[in-house]
Design a protein around this ligand. Structure first.
Ligand code: HEC
Ligand code: HEC
Length: 408
């Protein structure tokens, strides 16, 4: 079993132990009940229902619980759960404990998981160290480096540690252990004694690292106003155009997709209107993109295939540009690629193999392109093109035709 599995296994058992412990603890305060009601059995299978008190079947007395069942919890029962300690010291019991005593207790009850110096054993939480790591990618968050308030340490230890035997420590023991954790973090000397009196004088290093969430006052009022839907400004002027501001990308995936669709539609329409003459289709396809239409007119390409190729090219467009003004991106621009030697774009840093194959005379044509695009890494060993390949022959045929349309 891996460590993490162990940890989570332990957590589950711990959570149950904690709840059961709390139940038993609270149960000690249960006062004698009126005879019509009785507390549910000693240790219920489901601790969640531990406080539910149900009237005896024959009872005629209405129940005083808010839902008409059970009864309100007694002050003693509430007190057993209401044990939180606040940063300002509210909830701290009277008591004290020294670093020295804390050391002994810590070694007995905590060191097996948290280490002799609170540095943590294996994957168990580290309670000390980590100073100046909060701005790192993998910060070490401990009591010393991260926790804002000492009251959380007191509360946490008192409420839930030692793991598996929660709430077994006396208040003095918790003061002592808390003092020892401070000492492990170099925050107090070894003769320090912590008590309810000096408790709030201790400020943890990261106390200022947290802010109060005031969004309900600062942001909510702004966002809850009735939104303005018309005439929100007196005048509207255009101060600059997006293209000038350079916020409009030259070519986006959406645009490529849109153009491909237009081209395909146009091709389909013209094919319907004049199914006999392919020539008509290519010259009269009005909505086909200029890049695609122009070479077609010159070279008798299969326009339908070109349009299909433009669609397939969406898979390439993240890395390659083609057409007027195409630039090298992650991959080289692909104008004129058909008929050219491999690795032929000036200034693009090809892989060694691609350059060597080109120098040896290999040229891009339908066959070499098909071989490359089917399995790029097999055809050009060590290629920089991290693309899985095209699986379908018709896609490859379409891409070939599309690239040809920029290679005439
Ligand atoms: C059996 C192992 C074990 C023992 C023994 C143990 N702990 Fe823990 N402790 C844990 C685990 C597991 C957690 C994390 C619990 C969680 O995240 O819910 C934890 C969390 C803590 C934390 C919070 C750490 C953080 O950064 O969130 C403190 C503080 C702590 N323990 C103190 C103590 C003290 C003090 C003792 C001895 C009285 C003790 N523990 C004994 C396993 C143990
Ligand atoms: C993840 C980025 C990426 C994708 C996607 C991609 N390529 Fe490439 N392509 C490259 C890189 C990088 C090179 C340079 C390879 C080398 O030097 O080995 C390259 C090289 C090429 C070449 C050789 C060009 C020349 O000048 O010799 C062709 C042809 C090519 N890619 C076509 C395509 C086609 C067609 C697609 C889509 C089906 C595609 N690529 C998808 C990154 C990509």
């Amino acid at each position: 079993m891996s460590k993490s599995l162990n940890l989570y296994g332990g957590l589950g058992v711990g959570a149950v132990a904690l709840l059961t412990g709390a139940y038993n603890f609270a149960d000690r305060f249960v006062a004698p009940m009126p005879t019509e009601s009785r507390v549910m059995g000693e240790a219920p299978a489901n601790p969640d229902i531990g406080f539910m008190v149900r009237p005896a079947v024959a009872s005629t007395t209405p129940s005083d619980g808010p839902m008409g069942i059970g009864r309100l919890a007694l002050p003693e029962e509430v007190a057993a759960w209401d044990m939180d300690v606040s940063p300002n010291g509210t909830g701290l019991p009277v008591g004290s404990g020294s670093v020295e005593d804390g050391d002994t207790l810590f070694q007995d009850y905590c060191a097996v998981c948290h280490g002799v110096f609170a540095e943590g054993v294996d994957n168990w939480p580290k309670l000390a160290g980590g100073t100046d790591t909060l701005d790192r990618e993998d910060p070490l968050k401990t009591v010393g480096s991260y926790w804002p308030y000492l009251s959380t340490v007191w509360d946490y230890v008192h409420r839930s540690m030692p793991f598996g035997n929660a709430q077994s420590l006396s208040a003095d023991e918790v003061y002592a252990i808390t003092a020892y954790i401070l000492y492990s973090n170099d925050l107090v000397e070894d003769d320090f004694v912590l008590s309810n009196e000096n408790f709030t004088e201790i400020e943890l290093p990261n106390a200022g690292g947290f802010i109060i969430d005031d969004r309900d006052q600062t942001e909510l009022p702004v966002f809850s106003q009735e939104p303005c839907m018309e005439n929100c400004k007196d005048t509207v002027e255009i101060t600059m155009r997006a293209t000038v501001l350079d916020v409009t990308p030259d070519q986006t995936a959406a645009r490529v997709a849109f153009e491909a669709e237009q081209a395909a539609e146009a091709a389909a329409e013209t094919a319907e209107a004049a199914p006999a003459t392919e020539q008509v289709a290519s010259t009269e396809a009005p909505a086909a993109t200029q890049e695609a239409a122009a070479p077609a007119a010159a070279g008798g390409l299969d326009m339908e295939l070109v349009a299909a190729g433009e669609k397939v090219f969406k898979k390439c467009a993240a890395c390659h540009q083609v057409g007027e003004g195409a630039q090298n991106k992650t991959g080289p621009q692909l104008n004129g690629v058909m008929g050219r030697a491999l690795g032929g774009v000036e200034g693009f840093g090809y892989s060694k193999t691609m350059t060597e194959m080109g120098a040896a005379g290999t040229v891009w044509n339908e066959e070499t392109m098909a071989a490359f695009l089917t399995k790029p890494r097999d055809y050009v060993k060590g290629t920089k093109m991290s693309f899985a390949g095209l699986k379908k022959e018709d896609e490859i045929a379409a891409i070939n035709e599309y690239l040809k349309s920029f290679s005439q």
